[in-house]
Design a protein around this ligand. Structure first.
Ligand SMILES: [Zn+2]
Length: 114
């Protein structure tokens, strides 16, 4: 499962962060996962629940996932719209070829540690 390796990377990042700031426990982790990242949120949450319980640093940590919309730009008129799901057509000119911008990243938004 693709999400498991992403969770492992996240946990490694948290371990580094905690060491840098001399923290012992992660309380909440807020992640932005773009709609075009290909990540299945439920699988990610599932992986986090399992792997985070294995170390004292992240045991009981709460994962908050924010799913920001992507921006789609019309290839014909340049109109931009943001949407969580890919729109069928441009509302201005009905063109169906829309180019997504952003929305494919996984960003560590905020970490609360103690
Ligand atoms: Zn258009």
């Amino acid at each position: 499962m693709h999400e498991m390796s992403l969770v492992q990377a996240l946990l490694a990042q948290l371990t580094t962060l905690a060491a840098e700031h001399d923290k012992k426990r992660v309380i909440t982790v807020t992640l932005d996962i773009g709609p075009l990242s290909g990540v299945v949120i439920d699988s990610f949450q599932f992986g986090f629940d399992i792997l985070s319980a294995e170390t004292s640093l992240t045991k009981g940590a709460k994962l908050i996932i924010i799913n920001p919309p992507a921006t789609y730009q019309c290839i014909r008129c340049g109109h931009r719209q943001s949407a969580a799901v890919r729109p069928d057509h441009c509302p201005e000119c009905n063109e169906t070829l829309l180019i997504p911008e952003g929305g494919d990243a996984i960003i560590l938004n905020q970490v609360e540690m103690e």
